[in-house]
Write a protein that binds this ligand. Structure first.
Ligand code: PPS
Length: 293
């Protein structure tokens, strides 16, 4: 498949975006949500695929086990705002999805989420990951994903991350916006990547109780095992190996899956600058992250 040149970033209602997530804007905004829809929202690289796979297994692994080996996760959990030439859009995929519930991936900041999700009281799981590991993961992702803007070198990427000049905008605004929203909205569950790493099984139980699922302990154990990084990395339906736009010679989608890999990338000076800037940007929120375990 011949790929188009990499897209450029532009300002879209105050958020940096590329055309692949805005071309279809009216269809996205007019999306008809259902009360039983479940949205997995996150800033890019926070663990959206991990949580998507957990939910897909919890709901469907015992109902239609054959899907697990034959249908890539991106078809089972469509990406709402994606619209790329040559591929069905996320909205099209969702409109033809027959599974109930529909599990929906999104990277939209909270104020861009289609209003029908709020009207229908759909459940939303927001996954958040500490800024430093997110920046590192995003850098490697942009290197290998041919439909993302050119990342440039690590230092310039990090400066742009701090300025919010990334696809889906500022990490800081994204996280703060969703955190504020969930305070008064019991339909939102806020999950941290670092908690998932530390206690996957415990977080799977938390997900079940939020979703009102009475999953047997045995199923929870099985799901926990299947979603372990090493098992997901080997699983071609979830590891990014069937996505034509990824160049796996450059980097892998299931790259490291660790908390603290930022230490292998940040110089002492970059770290000091980042921390100072972080404090300013995050002073008006009480959301707290772990950067080492
Ligand atoms: S995307 O493209 O924005 O939807 O990416 P997303 O899925 O949100 O995040 C990708 C990062 O999550 C890591 N990941 C995991 N870590 C630990 N355990 C499991 N099971 C797991 N599944 C995905 C993935 O490796 C990416 O992080 P990095 O740091 O790049 O490895």
């Amino acid at each position: 498949m011949e790929l188009p040149p990499r897209p450029t970033l532009f300002d879209f209602h105050g958020v940096s975006m590329t055309k692949y997530f805005t071309d279809n804007w009216d269809d996205i905004q007019n999306f008809k949500a259902r009360p039983d829809d479940i949205v997995i929202a996150s800033y890019p690289k926070a663990g959206n695929t991990w949580v998507s796979y957990i939910l897909d297994l919890l709901y469907f692994s015992h109902v239609s086990p054959e899907r697990q080996d034959s249908v890539p996760l991106y078809e089972r959990v469509p990406f709402l705002e994606m619209h790329m030439p040559g591929f069905p859009s996320g909205v099209e995929e969702l409109n033809k999805l027959i599974t109930i519930p529909r599990i929906i991936k999104s990277h939209l900041p909270v104020h861009f989420i289609p209003k029908s999700f709020w009207e229908q009281n759909s459940k939303i799981i927001y996954v958040a990951r500490n800024a430093k590991d997110t920046a590192v993961s995003y850098f490697h992702f942009d290197r290998m994903n041919m439909v993302q803007p050119e990342p440039g070198d690590w230092n310039s990427f990090l400066q742009r991350f701090m300025e919010g000049k990334m696809v889906f905008g500022s990490w800081y605004e994204h996280v703060k916006g969703w955190w504020k929203e969930k305070i008064n909205n019991s339909n939102i569950l806020f999950l941290f990547y670092e908690d998932l790493i530390e206690d996957t099984e415990g977080e799977v139980h938390r997900l079940c109780s939020f979703l009102g699922l009475s999953a047997a302990a045995e199923l929870v154990k099985k799901v926990t095992e299947k979603v372990h990084f090493d098992n997901m990395k080997k699983n071609n339906m979830v590891n990014g190996s069937v996505e034509e736009v990824f160049d796996l010679n450059i980097s892998h989608f299931m790259r490291k899956g660790k908390v603290g890999d930022w230490k292998n990338h940040f110089t002492v000076q970059q770290n000091e600058q980042f921390d100072e800037d972080y404090e300013k940007k995050m002073k008006n929120t009480d959301v707290r992250f772990t950067t080492v375990l």
